[in-house]
Ligand binder design. Structure first.
Ligand code: GDP
Length: 425
């Protein structure tokens, strides 16, 4: 069984929590895109963990975790993440962690370039997490990136890198007038952190293909959501990689295999980090109350997230682009105590009128939300484990959303802990 677990919205839907829950039936968990620009938060009996790069299956000792070729990996960050988990008692070795030899390395100068560019943009900034993700993906497609497998042939890597650094300094010095990248400093960074990771590096595509042929269950874990996809998201306020399920076999290194199932993770309300159009956004006291209730602060950056009611237009589009077979609705418990629950059912665009299909570009920038309100509930949902435990209003809210986004809601998450969920019939 090959299953992708992907985000339907702008990210932060609770994918990490659902992967942690659902991975119990899987042998392998694969991250297939992105870098350490976002974080999954997983809470279980070992504690609370923020995973930026490692697949969420790392917290289950029997699961093999793969970091796919679609990823970009900051070596120092990964070493730190592994160290923190080890300190908490999680065993990590090449047996349960495999890194693709074709995954790209995110270097310190990518981070520097990200910061230089955001600073140059000033008020027009993108709201980048400044982790070097856009510059490193840019270099990948310019064919000026280095890959994990090159750590195995250091003399050849050093030669190639010298030429790349020379080229990079044309931009760093020439365009930004910043201090040039020093090869020796860069090299000691690569050998220090790369040396700790090289034993994990292998042909993960081959490994996964064999595992799939043996009938192993493989889960593909996305970072961020459909609306951050480089092609289909709110470009240019997107991530720099493909966050959609269809990319999973490619980013994992098995383009010859097809997914059996896509589970979309969708939040019971909307949140968005950073700049860009976010039509359902709410402001003032109502927004602050929702932000507080949901603890909506970025896992990677601590930034307060923008919040809004559930967005039918964006979520229906997200479900379609992900090709979701079923949905897990997360954080429903956060809405408890609201008298009426706002739902953005359509957009109003000046000069066009009511819009029900997710627009892009200027049309999206001009879109205003059309809100409707559903009755709320007062009961605390965090103890609900069966459909019968849910208040009638919560059940109506679930059914309403299910119908609007045109996809079965299979799970409803009512808290961050592993067992805090309801399976819908
Ligand atoms: P991800 O990147 O999609 O994994 O999402 P994040 O980790 O950024 O954000 C999800 C946050 O919500 C984490 O702090 C989770 O522990 C928490 N969380 C996940 N599901 C639920 C839920 O159903 N209820 C509540 N209250 N918190 C949840």
């Amino acid at each position: 069984m090959l299953t992708a677990i992907t985000g339907i919205n702008w990210g932060d839907e609770g994918k990490g929590r659902m992967v942690d829950l659902l991975s119990q039936n899987y042998d392998i968990v694969v991250r297939y895109q992105g870098g350490n620009n976002a974080g999954h938060t997983v809470v279980n009996h070992l504690g609370k963990f923020i995973l930026n790069l490692l697949p969420s299956g790392i917290l289950r000792p029997e699961v093999v975790n793969v970091m796919g070729n679609g990823m970009v990996i900051d070596l120092a960050h990964l070493c730190g993440e592994i160290g923190r988990l080890r300190d908490a008692g999680v065993a990590i070795s090449p047996k349960n962690l495999k890194i693709s030899d074709k995954a790209v390395i995110c270097l310190p100068y990518h981070v520097m370039q990200d910061v230089l560019e955001e600073d140059r943009l000033g008020d027009a900034k993108f709201g980048s997490t400044r982790r070097g993700i856009a510059p490193v993906y840019g270099d990948k497609y310019l064919k000026k990136a280095i890959r994990m497998g090159e750590l195995k042939t250091l003399p050849a890597l050093k030669e190639r890198l010298k030429g790349i650094v020379e080229w990079k300094n044309l931009t760093v010095e020439g365009a930004y007038h910043a201090a040039p990248v020093q090869m020796e400093e860069l090299w000691s960074w690569i050998t220090q952190y790369g040396g700790q990771l090289v034993d994990y590096v292998c042909d993960t595509g081959l490994y996964l293909n064999q595992a799939a042929a043996e009938g192993k269950n493989i889960m593909f874990e996305a970072q961020l959501g459909a609306l951050r996809d480089i092609d289909f998201g709110i470009y240019p306020y997107t991530s720099s990689s493909s966050t959609i399920a269809a990319y999973a076999p490619i980013g994992a290194g098995i383009p010859n295999r097809k997914l059996d199932q896509v589970v979309g993770i969708m939040k019971a309300y909307s949140t968005c980090v950073g700049e860009g159009p976010f039509t359902a956004e709410m402001f003032g006291e109502e927004a602050e109350a929702l932000r507080q209730a949901g603890g909506e602060y970025g896992a990677a950056t601590g930034r307060p997230r923008r919040v809004g009611g559930f967005d039918v237009v964006a979520s229906r589009y997200g479900v379609r682009m992900q090709g979701a077979d079923e949905v897990a609705l997360t954080k429903l418990d956060v809405l408890s105590g609201m008298e009426k629950i706002p739902v953005c059912v359509a957009y109003e665009v000046e000069g066009i009128g009511r819009v029900e299909e997710f627009p892009w570009g200027d049309e999206l920038n001009k879109a205003k939300p059309i809100y409707e309100y559903l009755p709320g509930w007062q009961a605390d949902l965090s103890h609900c484990r069966r459909v019968e435990d849910l208040p009638a209003e919560a059940l109506s809210y679930i059914r309403y959303i299910e119908e609007k986004v045109n996809c079965k809601i299979k799970y409803v998450s009512v808290g961050p802990e592993r067992d805090q969920y309801v399976t819908m019939e």
